[in-house]
Each structure stands twice: as structure tokens, then as C-alpha cells.
Design a protein around this ligand. Structure first.
Ligand code: SF4
Length: 424
């Protein structure tokens, strides 16, 4: 950090606006305004440079002091017999406070992106998998397969930092990598530069990617596939990708669960994991799941180590009870099995609570795009901008410390929820 006139420069800033958690940004603060000076993508610029309106805690749309809003929220939670804790877009400290409060109040915890995280969980729980990390992919992969999800749009610096990185740790020659896209219409513009060799596309409709992956798996197992094409992709092209994977020293098959458009995306991920498992009989290969935006990986990890399960856990009986269907907030709302919604969002003003007639407590960033006034609104800071914190990267192996860039004094989710719990 350095002072330049009235501006303060921050180097090596971690970015909390997607699950990659790039930690090489340069951000300049001038009073309460932030400017991304280096290494920001469009999502990072939108997040860091968003102009923050002033906001006050509110009860029913009326401005109040923070302690009054906390007392009202505590009163509502105390009277509730089945509170829902949703959104959960926060950091490690915030999620630990969510878990404690949910335990204390016998509530349900469900992240806004639990549905797509659940595609992965079904495979992990039913069959297991072999996974890579961002760092290992960057350093070792010689073939990278992007499976059915628009990785460059969802994670704009994935290619720059991982696939196209100029140097890698173990490969002195830094040989070009083969990049395969399974699915048509995926943004391939970043698959370029000296580290990228052949770029191959298997151009099927995105909702038929599962058919192509299944055909790839069948041919690699030596099983017959009827016809000479699958989902419009010539079988010979699919077999050629299978040969490249067999010949590779370390291939990585990449997907973003939220970006998959197949009907049963867990089955697509299952087939990808089976390809990886098969390859490991003769060479090395791994999967790599991206995602983790809005603190989704953090929420899943903290819920995992606190309760033993991913999100969609209920404490109604006093012990953690995992049920990915019954504890999904949309299902709870549809079946009227709740009497209070507590919604937590500290990154994007657009992560708003679902439309519900339930009384709602919202902890959100100032300027949140709420359709009306919730029962209680408490403005909170964004981790990595307004206060320090920790987030867990999309590959679940690294927890990065986030910086306080001093944009505002809005409190952290952790401090607000701890105050609410203390007042119960
Ligand atoms: S790719 Fe993701 S983590 Fe990296 S700068 Fe962009 S939004 Fe931030």
C-alpha cells in the first residue's frame, strides 16, 4: 500500500467477485472511490468501481440506528419457529456466524447457488472424483478440455492466468497446450497466444454436450456407438479427442456447474469424471470445477466443516439434517414450511431475495436492488473492499485473505449476525 497524493494505491489485491480469486490486482482509492488500475476484468471493474450510495439501517423502510435494527431482527428471529437463512453471499467469518445463528434458532441454511453446487455434490457423494487445482492445471496440463460451459464469460481471467500463462513451474519448454471446446457458441477468444497450440471444437448444442461426453467415454472404453455422428458431431472427431486425451501426460477437463445447460447436469459431470477415472489407468488426468461466485465455495466449505454436510442443512431438530430437496429455500417457500427469511448478500446488489410474502430481514450492500422495503434492512460491507476477511477459492484448496481497502465503514456480516445472536 502506498500514498500517492490524495490517492492510496493497493497492490496484490485479491478480487472477491468470482471464484478464481485472482490476487494480483492493483486498486487505487481516492477518498471513497475505487479504481482498478491493473489486472481487472469486466466483473472486477464493475464490483470494485461501483459507486456506493449512502444507506441506513431500516425497519419497514424507516431509517433507524444499527442497534435498533439489530434488536428488531433478533426479536423476529426469536419469535420464528422456522427461519430460513438464504443468499449466504459472505466470507468465512460471515458464514461461521450464519451457522452459529442457524444452530441457535433452529433454522435452515441454503446458499443462492446451492442448486448448481449440488450437481457436483451428487457426483462427489455417489461416485467420488479426481480433481485438479488452478495451480496444478496452470503448471502441468498439456490438454485442457472445456466442457459445455462458457468459462471465459463466467471467469474472464481463467484463460489468461491458467491456460495461457507464459511460464509453468515444471515444464522448462513451456510447450503449447491443446485446448478442446465441447459445445458450440462458447467464447473461444481467450484461447490464444504462445501457450495455446491446437484449438479443437466439438460443435454440439449445449444441451446435448452430455451425449458427446457419453460417446467419448464409450469409445475410450472400446464400446460401440451407433451411427457416424453424435449430436451433430462426427464420431471420428470425438474419437480423435479421445486419442489426444490418452496421449496426454496430464489432461484437465474443466466445467462450471452454473454454466452447464444439459438437462441432468450431474450426469454430465458424472460422465466427465468417468473419463478422468478411465484415463488414470494409463496416464494422469483430472477434473476442474469452476464457479464459487458470491461466496458459494466458502459457504459450502464452512457448512461442511461446521455441520458435516454441504448447504441445505436444517437445524430444526437441534442436530444438522442434510436434505438437498426439502431444505431448498424455493421448496420451503412453495410448501409454506417457513415463517421468516433472513437474506444475506454482501457482494452484488443484484442478489436479491426470492419473491415471498414472508417477513424478510436483509443484510445487503447499500443500493441493493430490492423491489420493496423488507421488514429489516441492514447495509453491510463487501469483504475485500470495506473490511478484511477470507474467501475459499473455487478449487476448494486455498483460502485467501481479503484486504480492507477502506471504502466505507459498513459493518461485516459476521459482526451484524453476532450482534443479532447475542441479542436473542
Ligand atoms: S476473473 Fe474473477 S477473480 Fe479474477 S479479476 Fe475477474 S472477477 Fe475477479
Amino acid at each position: 500500500m502506498s500514498d500517492v497524493g490524495s490517492a492510496i494505491e493497493f497492490d496484490h489485491v485479491p478480487c472477491p467477485f468470482c471464484g478464481l480469486l485472482c490476487d494480483d490486482l492493483k486498486v487505487v482509492r481516492t477518498r471513497v472511490t475505487l479504481k482498478v488500475a491493473r489486472n481487472g476484468c469486466s466483473k472486477a471493474i464493475a464490483g470494485f468501481e461501483r459507486v456506493l450510495p449512502t444507506a441506513s439501517p431500516q425497519i419497514g423502510g424507516r431509517n433507524v440506528r444499527l442497534n435498533e435494527a439489530v434488536a428488531e431482527a433478533a426479536s423476529m428471529i426469536r419469535k420464528s419457529s422456522s427461519p430460513l437463512y438464504g443468499g449466504l453471499a459472505t466470507d468465512v467469518g460471515g458464514m461461521r456466524s450464519v451457522m452459529s445463528l442457524a444452530d441457535h434458532s433452529r433454522g435452515v441454511v441454503d446458499h443462492a447457488f446451492s442448486e448448481s453446487v449440488g450437481f457436483n455434490m451428487k457426483v462427489l457423494q455417489s461416485a467420488g472424483w479426481i480433481m485438479s487445482t488452478l495451480t496444478e492445471t496452470r503448471n502441468r496440463a498439456d490438454v485442457v478440455v472445456i466442457v459445455g460451459s462458457d468459462v471465459h464469460t463466467l471467469h474472464p481471467r481463467f484463460f489468461e492466468r491458467i491456460v495461457c500463462a507464459e511460464t509453468s513451474m515444471f515444464d522448462k519448454a513451456n510447450k503449447p497446450r491443446t485446448v478442446v471446446f465441447v459445445g458450440e457458441g462458447l467464447d473461444q477468444s481467450a484461447a490464444t497466444g504462445p501457450r495455446v497450440g491446437d484449438v479443437i471444437t466439438l460443435p454440439c448444442a449445449l444441451d446435448r454436450v452430455d451425449e458427446v461426453v457419453s460417446a467419448l467415454l464409450a469409445r475410450m472404453r472400446g464400446n460401440p456407438v451407433a451411427g457416424d455422428s453424435v449430436a451433430g458431431v462426427p464420431l471420428l472427431a470425438i474419437e480423435d479427442v479421445g486419442k489426444k486425451l490418452n496421449d496426454a501426460d496430464y489432461s484437465v477437463l474443466v466445467w462450471a456447474p452454473a454454466g452447464l445447460q444439459t438437462h441432468d447436469s450431474d450426469l454430465t459431470i458424472h460422465a466427465v469424471s468417468d473419463v478422468v477415472r478411465l484415463l488414470n489407468k494409463t496416464t494422469r488426468a483430472a477434473g476442474l470445477s469452476l464457479g464459487g461466485d458470491e461466496g458459494a465455495t466458502t459457504s459450502t466449505s464452512v457448512c461442511g466443516w461446521q455441520s458435516g454436510f454441504p448447504t441445505r442443512v436444517s437445524y430444526a431438530t437441534g442436530a444438522p439434517d442434510y436434505d438437498p430437496l426439502a431444505n431448498a429455500i424455493p421448496n420451503r417457500l412453495a410448501s409454506n414450511e417457513a415463517d421468516l427469511l433472513v437474506w444475506i448478500a454482501s457482494y452484488s446488489p443484484d442478489l436479491v431475495p426470492p419473491d415471498t410474502g414472508l417477513p424478510t430481514i436483509v443484510l445487503g450492500p447499500p443500493g441493493m436492488n430490492l423491489p420493496g422495503s423488507p421488514a429489516v434492512f441492514i447495509p453491510v460491507g463487501t469483504p475485500g473492499i470495506d473490511h478484511s476477511g477470507q474467501l475459499i477459492r473455487c478449487d476448494s484448496v486455498v483460502s485467501l485473505p481479503l484486504r480492507n481497502l477502506g471504502r466505507s465503514n459498513n459493518p461485516s456480516v459476521a459482526s451484524v449476525l453476532s450482534a443479532i445472536e447475542a441479542a436473542l
